[in-house]
Design a protein around this ligand. Structure first.
Ligand code: ATP
Ligand code: MG
Ligand code: MG
Length: 549
């Protein structure tokens, strides 16, 4: 399904403009600053920014910071960085908490109109009297308090005269409504807590269902796009906008959440992984956070393409195979990333018939699929490293790499033949002695004989030591958001660290530089662990054709 054919919101926007119901399209991305953004948020970001952009409209970034307990400025900063990195720029930036005074005034208006009341029931009592799908709720004994009493109590709530949970402000709608969200929902709660933006100014805070429509209306948002679970809240959204007599009347539309296989996606669960130190912070390359994907080596282009592909299927929360994300990063890097050779698990090879002390420079293309990237020079000498896996003393049938007596091609160089195996006292192979054939130089047009295997290598005296971090899924066999206990599903082998070598050409590599390492896949220079002495690479994704010759 292409994004455009399934994008029902786009159709509505076009009609609204045509019919003159709105003058321009205004959308918003409204994260709560209680964690780092994840790939699911990217879908919402792309949708909001790209839709508005398509119609020449604008998009706001709004921090939905109405819950003082979980919010933090660290999250605010990371969210701004991630949205920008994805390639979007907001027209205006808002904090919902900047609207607290107006929200309070609108609540007073509701009280005056007899549309809201202060209720002394506990949270539990409110839940118990809400009724069920088949049974109506029970009216609160405080429902018919006079306007004067409600005004007085609400003001005293604001002044801090009551404890947390002692009183709430509720909308007075309909306890028999078939929609449970309309059964006198709570609009304000008491919370004596410090707020990251308003400090100690407030001790009452608006609930999401009350705050969100007001925020949209105050900002002049025309199309308020949210995830499916809010579909049932839509009548309440409309009620709040109408009864609070907002001038701007935004409309809510829903789209399916994006979930990925082999991970968890809620901020609460991601925070748990961070807090319990099961990962190396919110930006651990195994995390589905934007910052984790960035550190792993994903590009904004790849993430945006995924979001477009997934589209706006209205009723479906899609579980996207993480393989699809991998597909898009391969596609994006295929023509961009320089090719290079790296040995992740080195085995030394001495080429006994190559002159001692001689170093020659060989030509190697930088990207065979993108000739414009040109060529590089790589040194070759008597001593090289090859991949430990590319040698077997007793090879199984069909093994075409190096074994005693066998000849292989060294990529960009010569044929070499394994003549002797050197072992340590314990019988471990520590070095190979090989011979090379000068006639077989790569690019010389040699056709005298063929070999079945081509292996990569790195010249030993110029090789740069490097660390390679290979990743597997963070979570195994986890049924997405259904089960609560996911910590026991954390994959203990999700990170493998190897120490090997890269070409001398890599000495100038900087954090976030990306390479395709011959036969190993795409790698990103890790920004956190790379030092002047040691490059650290995160494997972004393996090559589709796996490690076979
Ligand atoms: P989480 O449960 O992961 O914490 P959230 O919905 O509580 O997510 P918000 O900060 O409120 O997080 O989300 C900001 C916006 O991103 C909202 O409009 C929300 O609907 C959207 N969003 C969040 N998660 C996803 C997802 N998995 N797929 C698509 N959109 C999402
Ligand atoms: Mg939320
Ligand atoms: Mg949440």
């Amino acid at each position: 399904v292409s994004a455009s054919s399934s994008n029902y919101i786009k159709t509505i926007m076009a009609e609204d403009l045509k019919a003159g119901r709105v003058k321009e399209i205004v959308t918003r991305f409204p994260p709560e600053p209680n964690g780092y953004l994840h790939i699911g948020h990217a879908k919402s970001i792309c949708l909001n920014f790209e839709l508005a952009d398509e119609f020449g409209g604008r998009t706001h970034l709004r921090f939905d910071d109405t819950n003082p307990l979980k919010e933090d400025t660290e999250y605010v900063e990371s969210i701004k960085e991630d949205v920008k990195w994805l390639g979007f720029d907001w027209e205006k930036l808002f904090f919902a908490s900047d609207f607290f005074e107006e929200m309070y005034n609108r609540a007073v208006l509701l009280i005056r109109k007899g549309k809201a009341y202060v209720c002394d029931l506990t949270a539990e009592q409110i839940r118990e009297t809400r009724g069920t799908l088949t049974e109506p709720g029970k009216e609160s004994p405080y429902r018919n308090r006079s306007v004067e009493e409600n005004l007085d109590l609400f003001e005293r709530m604001r002044k801090g005269e009551f404890q947390n949970g002692e009183k709430v402000l509720r909308a007075k709608i309909d306890m028999a409504s078939p929609n449970i969200n309309m059964r006198d929902p709570v609009l304000y709660r008491i919370s004596h807590a410090h707020h990251h933006n308003t400090g100690d100014k407030w001790c009452i805070y608006p609930m999401y269902d009350y705050a969100h429509p007001l925020e949209d209306a105050i900002e002049g948002v025309t199309h308020s796009i949210c995830t499916m679970e809010f579909a049932d809240h839509r009548p309440l959204y409309d009620w709040v906008v109408r009864e609070c007599e907002m001038e701007c009347v935004p409309q809510q539309y829903e789209f399916g959440r994006l979930n990925l296989t082999n991970t968890v996606m809620s901020k609460r669960k991601l925070k748990q992984l961070v807090d319990e130190k099961l990962v190396d912070g919110w930006d651990d390359p195994r995390m589905p956070t934007i910052s984790g994907l960035r550190r792993k080596g994903y590009t904004p282009e790849a993430i945006r393409e995924l979001c477009r592909e997934v589209g706006v299927v209205k009723t479906n929360n899609s579980v996207v195979d993480d393989k699809l994300l991998e597909h898009f990063i391969r596609e994006d890097l295929k023509l961009k990333a320089p090719r290079t050779m790296a040995v992740l698990q080195p085995l030394k090879v001495v080429i006994t018939n190559y002159p001692e002390g001689q170093v020659e420079m060989l030509d190697a293309e930088i990207n065979p699929e993108n000739e414009a990237m040109g060529t590089r020079q790589i040194p070759f000498s008597r001593e090289i490293y090859i991949e430990r896996d590319d040698f077997m003393e007793e090879p199984p049938k069909g093994y075409h790499r190096l074994f005693p007596g066998n000849e292989v091609r060294l990529k960009h160089a010569y044929f070499i033949k394994c003549e002797e195996v050197i072992k340590d006292a314990d019988g471990n192979v520590v070095e190979l002695r090989c011979t090379y054939d000068p006639e077989t130089k790569s690019g010389s047009g040699f056709t005298g004989r063929k070999v079945k295997g081509t292996i990569h290598w790195v010249e030993a005296t110029s090789a740069k030591p490097a660390e390679f971090r290979l990743y597997e899924p963070l979570i195994l066999d986890y049924n997405m958001e259904e089960s609560e206990s996911f910590l026991d599903k954390v994959n203990p082998n999700s990170l493998e660290i190897l120490h090997g070598y890269v070409e001398d050409n890599m000495k100038n590599a900087k954090p976030y530089d990306k390479f395709q390492m011959f036969r190993h896949g795409y790698f990103n220079v890790d920004p956190k662990h790379t030092t002047t002495d040691k490059l650290v690479f995160n494997r972004i994704v393996s090559l589709k054709s796996s490690f076979q010759v």
